[in-house]
Design a protein around this ligand. Structure first.
Ligand code: ZN
Ligand code: ZN
Length: 423
């Protein structure tokens, strides 16, 4: 069977997370989105664990609710170097075992969903692996809390456990074309997860990974991530990386984009406003690739870019927020007809979409045909998808001053090695 899995979420006890992020709402919304397996999120937090146990049933290590959505036991941990890791657990007893071993090193285990643990990546990997869990880096290339903001290799982070790391989460600002420029990742399975802080379908499942498995269990998921016994990942579905918050190198204050070499020559201070320039994921990968172009290993599945349906509807009707009543109403009409949002975005037939709403159908088709442009994300601001023909501008440093670029003047942005190359 083929399953759609989103393996990184946060519950309502994590900072800046919606109060709607509750087990039952997650399960119901996952079903409408088209996800078969989601993460429990934050399972090391006692209050959240109680919430999970009260609302879900455990069988064979995986939990489930009345809607049929399955949950895998999961947490994110921040280590002593502010690197984030995802842990997937085989059972609630292993959750307790890991909790026990890290509790001495974590002050906020029950006040946070994502605990800060005063241990290195290698020490955390040791604890996780000894408890038969799987562990790997979260949003691996982002500039604040990721493995590659701190280290140049998996080995530098995980030490003697680096060959027991079987997955890496790409994060919203990278995709497989970008990450496959790094040779040490050839054998690693890439996960695309939402890292959602709210259960609504423009957040949860905005990224997910499809796997081929025989049933939904920890063992089957582990085999799929390790690509054993014929189980395997078959598709990464994610944002266009240009929409990610840290895609390009950008001034934190005046939001001008810089090339890697310009940012270096200015010592990461914006020459216009003197505020810090934040390194983008594209430029970090550029450094790590050391001139290597994209080489996909044979096992690498296709990577498909999507845009949440409510965002497409907002764009089709020029409505600012995807939470408005009109957007929700159109969204419901589509989902009632097609069953799930994933079905609509990926597989649905153009003529059938048109019967529900022509404007939205046309934009879905434009997106599928790669006709969208982007104001790229950077410095913590999401990128902005721009429908074909629409004007949108952003500022880039051209070597001597900041100049305005209109997205309509861009040519195949992603194939350009640097933002300044097309000016
Ligand atoms: Zn994180
Ligand atoms: Zn600036």
């Amino acid at each position: 069977m083929i399953i759609n899995a989103d393996l990184h979420l946060h519950g309502k006890y994590s900072g800046a997370v919606s109060n709607d992020m509750l087990p039952r709402t997650i399960g119901e919304q996952a079903k409408l989105k088209g996800l078969n397996l989601v993460a429990t999120a934050d399972i090391l937090n006692q209050k959240w664990m109680a919430e999970i146990k009260k609302n879900l049933k455990e069988e064979g290590g995986v939990l489930s609710d009345d809607s049929g959505t399955k949950f895998i036991l999961q947490t994110e941990i921040e280590d002593q170097n502010r690197v984030h890791h995802i842990i997937l657990f085989p059972s609630l007893s292993k959750v307790m075992e890991v909790r026990e071993r890290i509790s001495r090193y974590a002050k906020d285990l029950d006040t946070e969903g994502r605990p800060k643990v005063h241990l290195s990546g290698e020490q955390i990997a040791e604890i996780a692996i000894e408890a038969e869990c799987m562990i790997g880096p979260s949003h691996a290339f982002t500039p604040w809390t990721s493995l590659y903001k701190e280290y140049d290799s998996l080995k530098d982070c995980y030490g003697k456990y680096s060959d027991r790391i079987y997955f890496l989460e790409l994060g919203l600002s990278a995709d497989t074309d970008m990450a496959d420029r790094i040779s040490e990742l050839e054998d690693i399975t890439f996960l695309s997860n939402s890292d959602a802080h709210s259960p609504w379908p423009n957040k949860m499942g905005r990224e997910f990974t499809s796997f081929e498995v025989n049933e939904i269990s920890f063992e089957e998921l582990k085999n799929a991530i390790m690509r054993k016994k014929g189980r395997r990942p078959i598709l990464n579905v994610k944002f266009d990386p240009r929409e990610g918050k840290y895609h390009r190198t950008r001034c934190m204050n005046c939001l001008v984009f810089y090339s890697l070499s310009d940012a270096e020559s200015f010592k990461w201070r914006c020459p216009i406003c003197r505020k810090p320039i934040k390194k983008g994921v594209a430029e970090r990968i550029e450094e790590l690739a050391k001139g290597r172009r994209t080489i996909h290993p044979d096992h690498r599945p296709r990577c498909l870019h999507i845009i949440p349906l409510s965002e497409i509807i907002s764009l089709a009707y020029n409505i600012r927020t995807p939470y408005s009543q009109k957007v929700q109403e159109i969204w419901r009409r589509f989902v009632e007809k097609f069953g799930t949002e994933i079905e609509i975005l990926i597989r649905s037939d153009q003529d059938e979409l048109k019967r529900i709403d022509k404007n939205v159908a046309d934009l879905i088709s434009a997106f599928r045909n790669n006709e969208f442009k982007y104001v790229p994300g950077g410095a913590g601001r999401y990128g902005i998808p721009v429908p074909p023909g629409k004007k949108a501008v952003y500022k880039v440093w051209n070597g001597t001053k900041a100049i305005e670029v209109d997205v309509r003047d861009e040519e195949s942005y992603l194939s350009q090695p640097s933002i300044t190359d097309f000016m």
